[in-house]
Design a protein around this ligand. Structure first.
Ligand code: ARG
Ligand code: ZN
Length: 851
């Protein structure tokens, strides 16, 4: 086994480390296969710890020498670390180790990407760099010397002395090892400056590979906006003289918030109008903000242990969502967030991988960087803010920063801050952190005309999840408004606090039966079970004053009509089609919002709804119904489509702002429907005239749908073959738009393409990702896609366990399907599990999925 034997780590077993660190000095002598790392660490006994075992993590290190207080020692070394006997007084530990960054394809620790050195240490990668107590509650200041021939030599903190072949860096802020970073390469710099609210001048840099310097400007603007926003909204200023961002092509995730030296997947920072879509621009803006916001929520206040991951991630996602809402359209941002939550977090929380926002056990922590920890974690913060109100929320945050600056904190600390600050007892609310599963909220309405009383009866229930057979009632904030029969709002939004399993709320003194709008703004991450008819939904689609619920009403109509089409071969619901017609014709509505209205529940979501109702989803039927509804929409909207398309063409130079993006989104949505009527004529025209990637890629997708994509596909490749991020799109699009029966074959063929490189996570994900995401293709009855996925996971695992393990999640819903499909998936899961030397990451994932 490459990994130490799998071991389960429990939250309840936490104990502090036996030693504190007063300072760390590191010297890196860079070499592709023989990098030397010299460390000098000042330790002192931790008065608060009883266990004084001196164990330092260390994996895949060649120990050259170790010393304590200058004298050579011979520690006992295993594949997990070293243990030594140390004085019961302050002492200096020194070590020299050798590592090989160029053969590190796991992309964790120090590795190489296109000739540059870079690091990824979160969560437990620092132990692949040198021997160290690699746990977030051990914090220290770091002084680093980087020695190498590269033009740019970077580490955390502020720059010190540098000269030919070396650079010194010094980080005055105590930090855990997971925030350590080093970068060395012949990079080009896109510089700028920022003056903080209190007048501190900060140097900003985005470092990229030569050739990418033209793609930095947008990221830099996003960084400056983020810095300003955090000053004004949360009162948080930047705290070093310099802030560096580096773009790296080979990266397992989006980006990483290393102190003063953020490392980004190049896909999460590089942007230009010609090569990036509006969605790319928006994602980049959000990720830059996210990593920057971590400087306070994550770095200045970090996590005591990895079980507390949501302390920094849930809060930082919440903050980046607020930022996006402020920079763009708040209702559109909210709908986007809920769509993402339902697409990723709901399936996770309703299947074998379900775990609490704060997990209580793990084998491989990398497997818990999940949508539950991140996105549901953010929903929990949002509910807290709803419950205490804006003013109390920001007051509590001030106390959090005051009280815990410099700490490695816990969820208990966080909750205590809110209790102390607001005086509220949050014991029940805290269940959101410990209880997994998506609560279902059922509603019954009662109208008493004689007393003018309207009552909402709510029932909450949560299905059992792995390891949790009993569920207690949670505190659910339910935002409700009331409308009159003529569509006017008679009662503005009010928050009902549900604390019991069954609870009723009465509205009195009404002159007529109202129409309630429930769970406005998606005020809690629950599934609504609302027994209302389509006429009611059509009414809400026409009149709801809450933008989210208005969209939701259209979504519910689409879902219900799709379900009847799947179940009973019903015709598309005319109320839905006419409601959509009205909304799309309403030019007072934001184009971005109207574009979202055109969407319909994904095939994966529909499969989930059917499974939840105890039925067995048939992927082919779901696909046919989804396509039929799209056809029906195109026909029903035929009279307005040409104008809708024409009105939403943006003239002038491309700008990635929300207004332009919204128009392009609506224009492209209109194009999708038009393509069903004109056999690709408009798409062809758009393809040949497009001057930005948003229009070009959408046109290419439509041409593929129309079966006319071959020429454009080759032209696109020829045009963009030097641009790796665009070629990622080229790979993905062909699979996403393949016919279900062709998905496996198209994917298999693309893996033979000379540009396919499994070692590059972006490229791997752009091919194997869509294979698993194409619902009807992945679940095609042949089972070919299942075995193809397994083949590639088995191939990637020895190189890159983290990315392999992540992609296993594609199989988490396997028990939804019929026994023939289940059997086919199970064979593949068992084949993966039986692979010799399978990583700890993948072993844990497959074992949990098999259940
Ligand atoms: N902290 C990083 C972020 O949220 C992500 C790190 C992911 N690490 C991992 N091992 N999966 O921005
Ligand atoms: Zn994060």
């Amino acid at each position: 086994m490459r990994d130490a034997a799998p071991q389960t780590i429990y939250l309840k077993d936490y104990t502090p480390f036996g030693y504190l660190i007063d300072g760390v000095q590191l010297t890196f002598k860079l070499h592709p296969t023989q990098t030397r790392v010299l460390s000098r660490i000042q330790f002192r006994p931790n008065p608060e710890a009883t266990d004084k075992t001196f164990f330092l993590h260390g994996e895949q290190l060649k120990l050259i020498s170790a010393k304590i207080d200058g004298a050579d020692i011979t520690p006992s070394v295993t594949d997990a670390g070293l243990t030594a006997t140390v004085p019961d007084a302050p002492f200096v530990f020194e070590a020299e180790v050798e590592i090989s960054p160029s053969t590190n394809f796991a992309l964790e620790g120090l590795y190489m990407s296109n000739g540059m050195y870079c690091t990824q240490c979160e969560a437990e990668g620092f132990r692949k760099i040198t021997y160290y107590p690699d746990r977030p509650d051990v914090m220290a200041t770091f002084d680093v010397r980087v020695e190498g021939d590269e033009k740019v030599l970077l580490s955390n903190g502020n720059p010190g002395v540098s000269g030919p072949g070396f650079a010194d860096w010094s980080d005055p802020w105590k930090k855990p090892a997971y925030l350590f970073a080093l970068v060395a390469g012949d990079l080009i710099n896109h510089p700028d400056r920022f003056t903080t609210k209190s007048g501190k001048d900060v140097e900003l840099n985005i470092y990229v590979r030569p050739g990418d310097e033209g793609k930095c400007a947008f990221g830099m603007q996003a960084l400056k906006k983020s810095m300003r926003w955090d000053e004004y909204v949360y009162g948080r200023e930047y705290d070093l003289d310099i802030f560096n961002i580096v773009a790296v092509d080979d990266f397992n995730m989006g980006a990483m918030e290393n102190k003063g030296l953020n490392v980004f997947n190049s896909s999460a920072v590089l942007a230009s109008p010609e090569t990036s879509t509006d969605a790319n621009f928006e994602r980049i803006e959000a990720i830059i903000a996210h990593e920057y916001f971590h400087n306070w929520t994550g770095n200045r206040i970090t996590c005591r242990d990895w079980f507390q991951l949501c302390l920094k991630e849930g809060l930082t996602v919440y903050r980046d969502q607020q930022f996006t809402a402020d920079m763009r359209s708040a209702p559109v941002a909210r709908i986007d967030n809920v769509l993402a939550l339902r697409a990723r977090q709901f399936p996770e929380d309703q299947g074998p991988l379900s775990h609490p926002v704060r997990p209580e056990q793990f084998q491989e922590i990398n497997n818990f960087y999940t949508s539950t920890v991140y996105e549901k974690g953010a929903e929990v913060i949002g509910m807290l803010k709803t419950l205490v109100g804006d003013a109390e929320y920001y007051k509590a945050l001030d106390l959090y920063f005051d009280r815990h600056d410099g700490d490695a904190a816990t969820i208990e600390d966080w909750i205590t801050v809110f209790q102390d600050s607001t005086g509220r007892d949050l014991t029940q609310f805290k269940l959101w952190y410990s209880q997994s599963g998506t609560p279902k909220l059922s509603i019954r309405e009662e109208w008493d005309a004689s007393s003018g009383t309207f009552t909402l009866h709510f029932t909450q229930s949560t299905a059992t999840t792995p390891g949790q057979t009993t569920k207690d009632a949670k505190l659910i904030p339910i935002a409700v408004g009331l409308l009159a029969a003529d569509g006017r709002e008679t009662h503005a939004t009010r928050i009902l606090e549900m604390t019991k399993a069954d609870q009723s709320f009465a509205f009195t003194g009404l002159s007529a039966r109202p129409v309630p709008s429930i769970l406005r703004g998606f005020s809690a991450p629950v599934m609504l079970d609302q027994n209302i008819d389509n006429a009611r939904r059509a009414f809400l689609l026409a009149h709801d004053t809450d933008a989210f619920n208005r969209w939701e009403a259209g979504r519910d109509l689409a879902r219900d009509t799709l379900l009847s089409m799947i179940r009973n071969d019903a015709a598309p619901n005319p109320d839905y089609l006419s409601g959509l017609h009205a909304v799309l014709s309403d030019s007072d509505l934001d184009p971005a919002y109207r574009a979202l209205m055109v969407g319909q529940p994904s095939e994966t979501e529909l499969a989930g709804v059917l499974a939840d109702a105890g039925e067995t989803p048939d992927p082919a039927k779901i696909h046919a119904a989804s396509e039929a509804l799209r056809d029906a929409k195109a026909k029903a909207l035929a009279d307005i489509l040409p104008q809708l398309y024409a009105e939403n063409q943006v003239t002038g130079a491309y700008e990635p702002d929300a207004t332009g993006a919204g128009k392009r989104a609506l224009g492209n949505a209109a194009l999708s429907m038009l393509t069903r009527l004109d056999a690709g004529e408009a798409a062809e025209k758009q393809y040949s005239t497009a001057d930005n990637m948003t229009l070009q890629l959408a046109a290419l997708a439509k041409l593929l749908d129309a079966g006319k994509g071959d020429a454009a596909l080759s032209a696109f490749y020829a045009q963009w073959k030097e641009d790796r991020l665009v070629i990622d799109k080229w790979f993905a699009l062909q699979i996403m738009h393949a016919k279900p029966q062709d998905v496996a074959a198209v994917t298999a063929k693309l893996t033979q393409h000379t540009d396919f490189d499994m070692k590059n996570p972006n490229r791997f994900r752009s091919v194997i990702g869509p294979l698993a995401a194409h619902h009807a293709g992945f679940h095609h009855e042949s089972g070919d896609a299942y075995s193809l996925l397994a083949d590639w996971l088995i191939k990637l695992d020895p190189l890159n366990p983290q990315t392999t393990a992540r992609m296993c999640a594609a199989c988490q819903t396997w028990k939804r399907y019929d026994s023939a499909r289940q059997a086919k998936i199970k064979i593949q899961l068992e084949r993966i599990l039986a692979t010799p030397d399978l990583s700890r990451d993948t072993t844990e994932m497959i074992t949990r999925i098999l259940g």
